[in-house]
Write a protein that binds this ligand. Sequence first.
Ligand code: ADP
Ligand code: MG
Length: 269
Amino acid sequence: MSARSEARADMAMSGDGHCPMLEYRGLTVSYGELLAVKDVSFSVERGEILCIIGPNGAGKSTLLRMTSGLLKPSGGQIWLEGRRIDTMPAYQIAALGSTQVFQDIQLFSNMSVLDNVMTGAHVWTDGGLVGTGLRLSRAVSEERRIRHVAVDQLAKVGLSGVLHEFPSELSWGEQKLVGLARALLCKPTLLLLDEPYGGLDTEEIERLSALLRMLRSRGMTILMVEHLTDVVMDIADRVVVLHYGEKIAEGTPAAIRENEQVISTYLGD
Ligand SMILES: Nc1ncnc2c1ncn2[C@@H]1O[C@H](COP(=O)(O)OP(=O)(O)O)[C@@H](O)[C@H]1O
Ligand SMILES: [Mg+2]
């Protein structure tokens, strides 16, 4: 049994039989004196794109980091498909199918675009090692298979032309798409994106939106932090608004646009 299916084997349903993809229950975290996330509760349903918006410092990235297990909450709980994950280490949460793309992407500068994307496969391969470990793997046929999937994934994000270039030779927008392609190689069921549109040009924005819509149509759940409100209103099924660590609104893009508190504290700026 793979790590992922093993980790899912003892899934528990909530009392009413409804089991959201992801659920935050009274989530709270502080950095020393600073309360960065305060008693936040909401759910993300399977197959939706939910966007978290809010001004700088609202606690959006902190919330994503907790979801990936990179930071532990000081209060509250996080549930992924009926399993409590805030007590789990990050690798175990990843094995459940959650993959995060960070704001600063963190590509390996000494590896080609293709090799960078191939490292994403470490979640589901037995070779199990990131980076150069893949090259040392005895499983040559496995590596060939991963290479094939990576090439295919890079084609889907429109980067077939730069497979053998290094990250420093790409535009920032292209590097972000490489980071996304690498994340998709993890075969996530839940994709966490921190400001994926930041620094993209108009064409790259459209390419990314088309890709995210395609992933949603295939059943992937996407939780995204983004401050480009036009893009959010266009692509989100639902929006959660954070302000100084508190959830001040939640609803469809249309409802959020008309929410008085959101307009006065955020959108009105
Ligand atoms: N590692 C950290 N140590 C101390 N304070 C932090 C740290 N990371 C974030 N913060 C603070 O926590 C608050 C929320 O930050 P963050 O989650 O990055 O907000 P956002 O992503 O919404 O801009 C901010 O006030 C920020 O300065
Ligand atoms: Mg942030």
